[in-house]
Design a protein around this ligand. Structure first.
Ligand code: NZQ
Ligand code: ZN
Length: 389
């Protein structure tokens, strides 16, 4: 491991069946004014809303609500929430939902006391907050993003056709606590479950396919990949399997809670492509990644051949005997593609609503990252998007 780093993760996790009871330990640490944030209503159907409200009431909290946080939360919704949180004098933002709700809560946390436009400040200029940050707590109901234990927050601006994530450096933006009860995820539709599984897989890839040195993080990543493959195959046919779903939930957290990126560069180009697609289509995050991944990895394979060989052998069990490195690496990617198809992921952009006339615009909205095996130029980005149609 050749890179230097600091490491601190202050989020306290409560994991397992019935973990919601630990809200009773956390809530007394904050003032009376709580803003409860949730999505389009799944928590009302599956009873999580009632459970949380009961606990908030029994802890004497004065609760305001921000509901209707949409998948891929928008800057317009952020402005609406700033008004509510300001009027209420929020002491705590309690996010109950998936990555969208958690990301939104973090965006709000740095915006409530922000002077000026938070979109410009945090998502265009990537500045850190100088204002007080309102604490965030999270009750997770959808698995994939890792937002429950990181400082990332992705916001979409439809008017500007941009979907941008800011991973804040300031640890105070990470959730102070997160409740992870795998039972809460059992009501997810299959489409969302597998999109989340692929999001996890992609997060590991983004941090694995980079660097040349022998790095502990890569060995941890291989373990996470293998656990995810085992559990995803079980959950795909037996969605109510608690053991598999709990493993998937825990893997998601570790895939993007800053651990496996320590001491190395990271790629994130699949996410940049996926986010640009998201800005144009509002498609489900994990599916945007699935649709561009095979074209992207086949494109960069020659530049990172050694790692792709290792991926094929250590993750997919490809036997190297009598084969060239290229053959081994290609077999690994073929195994990955067939697993993706087995899960029923969306494998092309056309199925997400992308049309040929959008290609140039999507390329314009794609941020170019520097840390992977190949820094893409614009022509390569267009080529990958076209190959993904
Ligand atoms: O809105 P409701 O009605 O709650 O329905 C949601 C939503 O439609 C539903 N859902 C959630 N929990 C459920 C449930 N339905 C039934 N039962 C449950 N228990 O699932 C749908 C998707 O939810 P969403 O929160 O949008 O999904 P996800 O967790 O994948 O979050 C996606 C957002 O996170 C960002 C993405 O870009 C996207 O905006 N990301 C955040 C990251 C981070 N913070 O580090 C990294 C990721 O790469 C990602 O970019
Ligand atoms: Zn992701």
């Amino acid at each position: 491991m050749l890179g230097n780093f600091t490491y601190c993760n202050p989020t306290k996790l409560y994991f397992g069946k019935g973990a919601i009871k630990y809200l009773n330990d956390e809530l007394p640490k904050y003032g009376k004014k709580v803003v409860l944030i949730y999505g389009g209503g799944s928590i009302k159907k599956n009873g999580i809303y009632d459970e949380v409200i009961d606990i908030l009431k029994s802890n004497g909290k004065d609760v305001a609500e921000i509901s209707g946080v949409m998948p891929n939360p928008t800057v317009v919704k952020l402005y609406e929430g700033m008004d509510i949180a300001r009027r209420h004098g929020a002491d705590l933002l309690l996010a109950v939902g998936g990555g969208s709700v958690c990301d939104y809560a973090k965006a709000l946390a740095v915006s409530v006391h922000c002077e000026g436009d938070p979109w410009e400040k945090y998502y265009i200029r990537f500045e850190e907050p100088v204002c007080p940050v309102v604490p965030v707590g999270c009750v997770l109901t959808m698995v994939g993003t890792g937002s429950e234990m990181n400082a990332g927050s992705v916001i979409t601006n439809h008017a500007q056709k941009l979907k941008i994530g800011h991973v804040f450096a300031d640890e105070s933006i990470m959730p102070r606590f997160s409740v992870l009860d795998p039972v809460y995820t059992l009501t997810l539709p299959h489409y969302q479950m597998v999109a989340g599984i692929y999001d996890i897989f992609s997060h590991i890839c983004e941090q694995y396919f980079s660097g040349e040195d022998d790095n502990t993080s890569d060995y941890i990543s291989e373990g996470l990949f293998r656990s995810l493959l085992t559990s995803s195959r079980i959950a795909n046919t037996d969605m109510q399997n608690y053991e598999a779903r709990s493993n998937i939930m825990w893997t998601a957290t570790w895939a993007l809670n800053t651990l496996v990126s320590r001491g190395k560069t990271t790629d994130w180009m699949v996410h940049m492509l996926g986010q640009a697609v998201g800005a144009y289509t509002d498609a489900t995050h994990g599916m945007t990644l699935a649709a561009v991944s095979m074209a992207y990895y086949r494109h960069i394979l020659p530049y990172g051949l050694k790692k792709f060989v290792r991926f094929a052998q250590n993750v997919w069990g490809v036997s190297p005997e009598g084969k060239s490195d290229e053959q081994i690496a290609c077999e690994g990617l073929a195994a990955m593609e067939s697993w993706m198809k087995e899960l029923g992921l969306v494998m092309n952009l056309t199925d997400l609503g992308v049309t040929a006339d959008m290609v140039e615009g999507i390329a314009d909205s794609t941020l170019v990252m520097q840390g992977g095996y190949k820094v893409l130029d614009r022509a390569e980005i267009v080529e990958i998007i076209k190959a993904s149609l």
